[in-house]
Design a protein around this ligand. Structure first.
Ligand code: NOJ
Length: 537
């Protein structure tokens, strides 16, 4: 079943629900324990059944996999672990046949140290590609040129003995930063984008997009005043000279211009950082991202008042006319079902799809996948090895998708690259497809409701006073008012209603078309969508 779009005049990236897939962990087709493109192809009907309008694929380009694909050694080929370019084309075609758009993760900030550009760049100071990366002489007293720190631990500068200079890497030392100040780099990257756009991708998620440019003076970062013994060491300084530089904004504008050479494409940007700075990533002199990614729902304490305040701050921080976007999970953040528990994971799902803006969720969240328990010694994520002891391991949220309750959960016939984790028996697709009240059924109904109800896509957002743990707001079109009430507590609540209404959906999936009069009763952990029945709609 392909759901009807809420309004075909609204751009697809506003209407659709976006589903992030970490290809390593979605479906293996060849028994090597790692997901691949043909595996994904075998699951496209599931995606259509679920109702998602777009998938965002984490990187599938050639890579030595030091950072599992975020270290690219060839931007215009698929890694053999995942398949071939022909497999990629077949996948895009199959998704398009099902009305599902394809958003590809691209990594412009850095390459792998195995990329031919870097191999040339480090070969000699005179190589024409030398200036494609960020090289610098030692600081005045020897050692690294300045105090910049890698996000993955230690100095961000790596000494190259052969050419006797340091190169800069915001992430792993095997991920040297490209020099975006160099127009040749920008032009080469524009061609990378065009390569994939011509292959039919509908958009990109731009990795680490806020950190493309570094201060040409290489000025030291100032101390982070909030730094203490609990703060991971890479956060010792405030990233003033390496993050969200003005030049970065113009480079994003250039990428947007490339995307606009093609019709109907979208640019999503990873712009980590507080809400206060998100607005600048939409537009400046020229358009920037269509959707700068917003992680507020994952980073906010789960209390109705805190959520209401955070939502309000975010809505007010983005420019007039800018389209909001919400994320409920990612390959970099602990799973929502483990953060909140299954009961509140349902509330989180309802919130995600009822808020104004584009909802993005992460494969497996729809079946309540928990973080897999992986000890520090068994960690595959280099982040854990380099900055141990701060709970930074990202393996738990990267555990394989569960398709059924069989021994390998239908993910592989071999040994999964990461353990499956707990609760496979009930938290798998097959079991939940057969259960009308499962979390998966709830996701499917929420997606369908959003896609068929114009008030939920383009309708106004009207916050209401959220009290005693109940988050309340309305979504309104000219002829419809939908009241959303979400009980974030583990005890029942009663809310007075100004108008009667008809209950359209509840998170427990056991009330429908019930009439609600002056009092709304919510059970513990219950959320509802109510169509308000008054002439004032
Ligand atoms: C953000 C990606 O989401 C993360 O997984 C990766 O490690 C870094 N960028 C570096 O590319």
């Amino acid at each position: 079943m392909v759901h009807q779009r809420a309004d075909s005049r609204i751009e697809w990236w506003k209407c659709c629900s976006i589903y992030q897939i970490y290809p390593r962990s979605f479906q293996d087709s060849d028994g090597d324990g790692v997901g691949d493109l043909n595996g994904l192809l075998s699951r496209v009907d599931y995606l259509a059944w679920l109702g998602v309008g777009a998938v965002w694929l984490s990187p599938v380009c050639r890579s030595p996999m030091r950072d599992f694909g975020y270290d690219i050694s060839d931007y215009t080929d698929v890694d053999p672990l995942f398949g071939t370019l022909a497999d990629f084309d077949r996948l895009v075609e199959a998704l398009h046949e099902r009305n599902i758009k394809v958003i590809l993760d691209v990594v412009p900030n850095h390459t792998s140290d195995q990329h031919s550009w870097f191999v040339k760049s480090r070969s000699s100071r005179d190589d024409p590609k030398r200036n494609w990366y960020v090289w610098a002489d030692p600081g005045p007293h020897g050692g690294p040129p300045n105090n910049w720190l890698s996000r993955f631990g230690g100095s961000a500068w790596e000494w190259d003995a052969r050419t006797e200079q340091y190169y800069y890497h915001a992430f792993l030392r095997e991920q040297p930063d490209l020099n975006w100040h160099n127009p040749e780099v920008r032009s080469a990257f524009a061609d990378v984008l065009r390569f994939w756009l011509r292959r039919g991708v509908d958009g990109f998620r731009v990795d680490a997009s806020a950190v493309l440019a570094e201060d040409p003076l290489l000025r030291d970062e100032p101390p982070n005043p909030d730094f203490d013994s609990e703060t991971p060491p890479p956060e010792k300084f405030n990233r003033v000279f390496t993050d969200a530089r003005p030049e970065t904004m113009s480079y994003i504008e250039e990428m947007r211009a490339v995307v606009e050479e093609f019709s109907d494409r979208a640019l999503l940007g990873e712009v980590q950082g507080g809400i206060g700075r998100i607005g600048q990533f939409y537009d400046g002199e020229r358009p920037r991202f269509h959707l700068p990614l917003n992680f507020l729902l994952l980073d906010t304490d789960w209390h109705a008042a805190t959520l209401a305040a955070g939502i309000d701050q975010y809505i007010n921080a983005i420019p007039d006319g800018a389209w909001p976007v919400w994320i409920l999970g990612s390959h970099d953040k602990p799973r929502i079902a483990s953060q909140l528990g299954l009961a509140q994971a349902r509330i989180a799902a309802m919130l995600l799809f009822m808020l104004p803006g584009t909802p993005i969720f992460y494969a497996g969240d729809e079946i309540g996948m928990p973080n897999a328990m992986i000890s520090s010694e068994d960690a595959r994520d280099p982040f854990e090895a380099l900055v141990p002891g701060y709970g930074l391991n990202r393996d738990p949220e990267r555990a394989p998708m569960r398709w059924d309750s069989s021994e390998k959960a239908g993910f592989t016939t071999g040994e999964p690259w990461l353990p499956l984790g707990d609760h496979v028996e009930e938290r798998n697709v097959a079991s939940q497809q057969g259960d009308r009240r499962s979390l998966l059924s709830l996701y499917r109904q929420l997606i369908a409701l959003r896609q068929t109800e114009p008030a939920l896509v383009a309708g106004r957002f009207q916050p209401l006073r959220s009290e005693r743990g109940v988050l309340l707001f309305e979504r309104c079109s000219d002829d419809k008012r939908l009241l959303i009430a979400l009980n974030t507590r583990d005890s029942s609540r009663t809310c007075p209603l100004q108008s009667a209404g008809a209950l359209r959906l509840n998170t427990h999936l056991d009330r429908k078309d019930e009439r609600v009069e002056s009092q709304l009763h919510l059970r513990s952990n219950e959320g509802v969508v109510i169509e308000v029945l008054t002439s004032s709609a």
